[in-house]
Ligand binder design. Structure first.
Ligand code: VGL
Ligand code: ZN
Length: 194
């Protein structure tokens, strides 16, 4: 088994104080950073995705419904698009081996819509690294974590969502998303405390 960790969208705008701040986001960011530092030897590859919008009219609105449209967030060139500092440190220290970027001109919830700096899609990057199992964590459970985990299953990976390392926009849709992922063959598991 070759195991990857996928850290989904742990960005400044998605945590407390951000333009689309999710409750518990900062705590999840800190816990993910500890998980990576403690368990990095369990992973052959660690990748982070980021939402990165220039103009995504289908996705961003001044009158958002918080289901299909959202206030401006993770806009190119703004501080809100950056990874939360605890996660950015992992990129700087090369604990995180690759970053994939998605959503420049249209909604892209799944990390599998993202490209690395060479222009390679996440699926190809995972294949290059011989990955067959993925642990998924990050923000938000009900949107980008959900879409990424379901796409990972569609692409035949074994998938585990580390439920205590995820935060949801809304509790109810977060729980629904967990049910949906489980029905798709995703294992739901709490990460061991480091
Ligand atoms: C996300 C809403 C809008 C996410 C991204 O990362 O879950 N949610 N854009
Ligand atoms: Zn977005």
């Amino acid at each position: 088994m070759r195991n990857a960790l996928l850290v989904v969208d742990v960005q400044v705008d998605f945590v407390e104080g951000g333009s689309l701040g999710v409750q518990g986001g900062l705590s999840v960011a800190a816990m993910i950073a500890r998980h990576v530092r403690h368990f990095r030897n369990e992973y052959q590859f660690i990748v982070a995705s980021r939402d990165y919008h220039e103009s995504a009219p289908d996705h961003i609105s001044d009158h958002p419904d918080f289901v299909n449209t959202w206030p401006p967030h993770c806009m190119v060139g703004t501080p809100g698009a950056a990874f939360v500092p605890t996660i950015q440190n992992l990129v700087r220290e090369k604990y995180i081996h690759a970053v994939v970027t998605k959503g420049r001109t249209a909604a892209a919830y799944s990390a599998f819509d993202g490209y690395d700096p060479r222009g390679h899609k996440l699926l190809d990057v995972l294949k290059e690294n011989g990955i067959d199992h993925i642990d998924v964590c990050g923000i938000a459970t009900d949107y980008c974590v959900r879409a990424s985990a379901l796409d990972a299953r569609t692409n035949q990976f074994q998938v585990r969502v580390l439920v205590n390392l995820c935060a949801a926009v809304k509790e109810e849709t977060g729980l629904q998303a967990l049910e949906e992922m489980k029905a798709a063959g995703v294992q739901l598991q709490a990460a061991t405390a480091p």
